[in-house]
Design a protein around this ligand. Sequence first.
Ligand code: APR
Length: 320
Amino acid sequence: MARPKIALIGAGQIGGTLAHLAAMKELGDVVLFDIAEGTPEGKALDIAESGPVEGFDAALKGTQSYSDIAGADVCIVTAGVPRKPGMSRDDLLGINLKVMKSVGEGIRDHAPDAFVICITNPLDAMVWALREYSGLPHEKVCGMAGVLDSARFRHFLSLEFGVSMRDVSAFVLGGHGDTMVPLVRYSTVAGIPLPDLIKMGWTTQEKLDAIVQRTRDGGAEIVGLLKTGSAFYAPATSAIEMAEAYLKDQKRVLPCAAYVDGALGLDGMYVGVPTVIGAGGVERIIDIKMTKDEQAMFDGSVNAVQGLLDACKGIDSSLQ
Ligand code: APR
């Protein structure tokens, strides 16, 4: 059986890291597409040359031609521009919307059967636009945000508790931005919910509130340190986890920006929710019941995403 084909649209910092991870994990053959001549070719060759040392079997190719992504099983989209210090994700909207149009049309014409994972920011608006421009089924187009936001939350919690990151699970909902909703009630250490850990004296409400805020600001913290771009290692790993869930039909329960129509009181929009990812793409949305406070935070996040969608429609009237 032929190896799966993974197309990476955008061969910048995240795209290159995605290619490296996909090859090392032998998820399939990799095509790196970018408009910058030489960048995808150079990265593909460099990673391929690590193959004999690492001992992986994967073909890598760099290209400026959409025809090379033909028949891709998975497309991961990072094309666009990242943030600089002082910018919010929303500041990227106008420029990255145009990029989503060309990428969406490229995928529509050359890889319409792919499972598409969008990483380009502002995420919730860009994944929606990418779906609109590509015309692919909603369950085959999703955005990577929740796995990353949860991973950041888990990392900070593991530092606070002095336990392995593997034993910390976290639950983050809502848009990928300042309004994201980390659900402490559903976040646990080895199954013990965070509110119980406060009662057990493992931490305090104040410390937990600070960790939640650091999670919300997690992307900005990295931008502030790097100064020339945004995070790429953790975003790439998070998207690879989603791609692997699809390719191996793992039925993983992963938070991602998915199209929600009916669940959580939503009426057809992309936002971060817990999902099941398997061979069908986003196979299920987990319709959790929220408390009043959680619902209020989630509603605020949904409104922020809706504002971005309206801004997209203002820029491109074909998006309605
Ligand atoms: N088609 C294909 N590639 C494009 C296009 C386009 N229309 N426009 C830009 N690119 C490419 C750039 O040439 C660059 O190589 O997208 C790549 C983006 O890479 P980086 O600038 O290194 O950005 P990266 O850190 O990878 O982040 C990409 O993900 O997390 C988000 O906010 C981040 O929107 C940003 C995206």
